[in-house]
Design a protein around this ligand. Structure first.
Ligand code: PHE
Length: 348
């Protein structure tokens, strides 16, 4: 058999095996079998040295030809097999989106936060802006600007934690009144704000007292603001928060930063006013303090008290939550007992 015939036969054989190969490793074995260092083609070429010099270039070029063809064939088949393998893999790895996922436990807002956000929504709806102030506050803002000079006896009711002699944990959210009045530009319209946040007092903790609790301050300053504006606003608040049938009642009170001052009661939402254990048989529940902003407080912020007037109120979300849900001890809010907190799980 001539070398040409041998080469042709080899090519035929190789083509046949390549065609039948269905696995990449089989294909690789074929490549080594024919084109490898000790492969069949190499073997045939070794026989070239026995050829006539005239024959060598002819056989050489044929051998190159066969090698090139086989290489191309191997490459193409390899690509095809790889593609096939990839497709198989993709179909196998298909994700079943109908499988139930892992349940990731989701948090929820604390009951006090829920109440505060409910109140914020209510007042935002009436055009108020929500302002926050610092919990570590200057004595000047917490007391003096609220018309409580250093020797004022009403300071006793709001003893607190002092950072330095002039810096303290704020005892109420009222200092935010002064802070917003200082910066409000009345040429842009009336001042209407609420300020929610934490406050502190040196109280002995018991069922109704906590050394840290919450308040929401409210302040409106404009021309011709009167007691009737305050009353109308609080009526809306009481009805939205405790039910449409609720009424409010104002009782005279005293705060250094308001004059006149009132304590505001809402008719009992449990008994409707007949008298029960929630309202201690009075038919009314005290929910906040309020009043007409004292002229001194306006003047200290550089607001002309002959031209402008305002009302302010301060309410306690802790107390509101206790009343709303019949919670008998304020300390429950701060002990982080999930058995308590999970009763107020509201998904948002
Ligand atoms: N700051 C008062 C308090 O903590 C509440 C209050 C606010 C009363 C605004 C009147 C006006 O008791």
């Amino acid at each position: 058999m001539s070398m040409q015939e041998e080469l042709k036969g080899l090519e035929q054989q190789a083509f046949e095996s390549i065609k039948n190969a269905t696995e990449l490793n089989v294909l690789d074995a074929i490549r080594i079998e024919y084109l490898g260092k000790k492969g069949k083609l190499t073997q045939v070429l070794k026989g070239m040295r026995n050829l006539d010099a005239s024959q060598r270039p002819i056989v050489g070029s044929l051998a190159n030809d066969v090698r090139d063809k086989l290489t191309v064939q191997l490459e193409e088949t390899k690509e095809k097999l790889e593609m096939k393998k990839m497709k198989e893999k993709i179909t196998q790895e298909k994700i079943d989106i109908t499988l139930p996922g892992k349940n990731i436990p989701r948090g929820y807002a604390h009951v006090i936060t829920q109440i505060m956000e409910e109140l914020e929504d209510l007042f935002i709806g009436m055009g108020y802006q929500v302002v926050e102030g610092p919990e570590v506050e200057a004595d000047s803002y917490n007391f003096e600007r609220m018309n409580l000079p250093k020797d004022h006896p009403a300071r006793d009711m709001q003893d607190t934690f002092y950072i330095t002699e002039e810096t303290l944990m704020r005892t109420h959210t009222s200092p935010v009144q002064a802070r917003t009045m200082d910066t409000h530009d009345f040429s842009k319209g009336p001042l209407k704000m609420i300020s929610p946040g934490k406050v502190y007092r040196r109280d002995n903790d018991d069922a109704t007292h906590s050394h840290q609790f919450h308040q929401i301050e409210g302040l409106v300053v404009d021309k011709n603001i009167s007691m009737s504006d305050l009353k109308g606003t609080l009526e809306i608040f009481a009805k939205k928060m405790f039910g449409e049938e609720r009424e409010i009642r104002l009782r005279p009170s005293y705060f250094p930063f308001t004059e006149p001052s009132v304590e505001v009661d809402v008719s009992c939402f449990r008994c409707g006013g007949k008298g029960c254990s929630v309202c201690k048989q009075t038919g009314w529940i005290e929910i906040l303090g309020a009043g007409i902003v004292h002229p001194n407080v306006l003047e200290m912020s550089g607001i002309d008290s002959t031209e402008y007037s305002g009302f302010a109120f301060g309410m306690g979300p802790d107390r509101i939550a206790m009343l709303k849900y019949g919670i008998d001890d304020i300390r429950h809010f701060y002990q982080n007992d999930l058995r308590f907190l999970e009763q107020f799980k509201v998904r948002r």
